[in-house]
Structures are given as structure tokens and as C-alpha cells.
Design a protein around this ligand. Structure first.
Ligand code: FE2
Length: 299
């Protein structure tokens, strides 16, 4: 299966208006022009939207949308899911229209996270005009690198990791293992970082733990340290909780900080993430998440 990028997310919100304010005034995304008003659609590049925030009974990450290369790959994906015995449902015409894609399949990974595999996404080329003056986000040529990355809960880490690797064809980038005490019997928790077919170091990470809001964090990337600093100023001016201080990650060298979103999961806002030539890459095993900084607030 040839997954190219993390194209969009659907977020369920009890108050989508909060996401409208947060998305435009803090993240610096724009309201997506020409999209229906049944949800808050936020745009960051040539793609019609990257975040769809739908009204619902809870606040949580609902769906991650993964882009396939083309129709042939979409048919291959369907065959491979069936061969692996994975249940899926095909998106209706109305659903595909709402996502601005040709076709989609919806399924769950072994940890219960919902995802969509799609092809034929529109490029609307409408000019991205950030309400807070961000010149552009790092999403590659025509948005081919996707909007950023997602870190999903996967208590059954090995099974979920094998699903993304063996069924969906994701590649390993890095793995980490954390112990939260000095007790030698503490089994600790694992974290698997995976890439798809674009240079972003990881588009997905799987965390061996639960999340009541369906997500450990999302990440968006800007193109300069100053834009990270300006965002941190906006966050502090609005008293939005900073869930991790500024720091530089080990595995993708991302310079970033983390803040709380209206959904209750954090957003990583960073720059300078590594872009990798996968032909010459060997997966790594990292002992530390950050070279410096990233002091996480106590939950
Ligand atoms: Fe991250």
C-alpha cells in the first residue's frame, strides 16, 4: 500500500466555535473558503482544508485521513485490506464530497483509532492568508508532505504497530521506551515512530497507553523559529496552558513547544523537522525524546 501523507483530521467538538477561534487566532490557520458551514474547516496550504471540526457530544480526535497515491493504489489498498481480513466501509458520495476526495475507505486500527484511506484529493490553490501573518506552513510541494503528524494511543502497541507496518505499508523511523520509575520491574511504555511515502521523519507515532480524547498530540510545522516564537507569544497572551516548554526533539530534530487544544489533547507547534531520504535510512532506537528542553507539565 502506498500511503503518501497524513492529509486531514476530523475532530469532534462540543463547541466548534472554540476551534474556530483557536485555529485562526492561535495556530494561524485560515477559515477554508467555499466549504459547507456544517463544520469548521481550517486551511493551511494548497489543499481545501486540513482540519474539519464537527459538532458532537464529546471533544476528541475522530478520524485521521491518509492519502494514497492514486486510484490504482486505492484498488490495491482495498484488495490488501480484504486479504488481511480487515473490515472497512466505503465512504458515501456525500462523505467523499465533504472531504473533497474521489473515494475513501473508513476502518479502525487494532487499537480502535478510526482512519480513512483516500485518493483523488482536490488542490484548490486558493491563496493561504494566515489571520496572524504566518507566511506558510511546511507541507511540501502541493501539500504532499501532509499537514504534520499525529500520535495515537495504542495500548496494544505491538499489534497496532504491525498493522500499520504490514497492512498499511508504513515504514519504521524510530522507537523509544520510557520507564517512569527506578523500579527494575517497571515494564515502561513504548513509542513507535513511523513514516509514509514523503520525507517527513514521522507522520505517525503510536504510544503504548490510553487517551480519553483519542489522541496523544498533533503536530503542525512552520518554516522559521520566529514563527514558533510568535505562536508561543499568542499562547501565553491567551493563557492557553503550555503542556511542554520549548525544546528540540532527538529523532526528528523538531524545535517545538506543546500547548493544550480545545479538544483536550496537545498540539505541537514546531519548525526545522528533519526530511529524510528513505532509500538510505536505517530505523533508529532513541533513548531520549529531546536533546534539550521539552519539560512536560504534570498532567
Ligand atoms: Fe510530535
Amino acid at each position: 500500500m502506498n500511503v503518501r501523507s497524513l492529509g486531514y483530521v476530523v475532530i469532534e467538538s462540543t463547541e466548534p466555535q472554540k476551534w474556530l477561534d483557536y485555529g485562526t487566532q492561535v495556530l494561524g490557520l485560515m477559515v477554508a473558503p467555499g466549504m459547507p458551514d456544517d463544520a469548521v474547516y481550517l486551511k493551511m496550504d494548497e489543499r481545501p482544508f486540513r482540519f474539519a471540526v464537527v459538532q458532537g457530544a464529546s471533544d476528541r480526535l475522530q478520524i485521521c485521513g491518509w492519502e494514497l497515491q492514486d486510484e490504482a493504489d486505492f484498488q490495491t489498498a482495498r484488495v490488501q485490506l480484504e486479504a488481511a481480513g480487515v473490515d472497512y466501509i466505503a465512504g458515501t458520495e456525500a462523505e467523499c464530497q465533504a472531504r473533497r476526495v474521489r473515494e475513501l475507505l473508513r476502518l479502525q486500527d487494532p487499537a480502535g483509532n478510526t482512519l480513512e484511506l483516500y485518493h483523488g484529493a482536490d488542490l484548490d490553490y486558493l491563496k493561504f492568508v494566515s489571520p496572524v501573518g504566518i507566511p506558510s506552513f511546511e507541507t511540501g510541494f502541493n501539500g504532499d508532505m501532509g499537514f504534520g503528524h499525529t500520535v495515537l494511543p495504542a495500548p496494544n502497541l505491538d499489534e497496532t504497530h504491525a498493522f500499520y507496518r504490514d497492512v498499511l505499508g508504513f515504514g519504521d523511523s524510530d522507537s523509544m521506551h520510557f520507564k517512569f520509575s527506578d523500579d527494575p520491574a517497571d515494564p515502561g511504555l513504548g513509542l513507535k515512530f513511523m513514516h509514509v511515502n514523503n520525507p517527513r521523519h514521522h507522520s505517525l507515532a503510536l504510544y503504548q497507553g490510553e487517551s480519553p480524547v483519542g489522541c496523544i498530540h498533533l503536530m503542525v510545522e512552520v518554516k522559521s523559529v520566529d514563527e514558533v516564537g510568535y505562536c508561543l507569544d499568542r499562547v501565553l497572551a491567551r493563557d492557553i496552558p503550555v503542556t511542554s516548554t520549548l525544546g528540540r526533539h532527538t529523532n526528528d530534530r523538531m524545535l517545538s513547544f506543546y500547548m493544550l487544544t480545545p479538544a483536550g489533547f496537545p498540539m505541537e507547534f514546531g519548525c526545522e523537522g528533519l526530511q529524510i531520504d528513505w532509500a538510505n535510512f536505517k530505523p533508529t532506537k532513541s533513548a531520549l525524546p529531546s536533546i534539550w528542553g521539552h519539560k512536560f507539565a504534570a498532567p
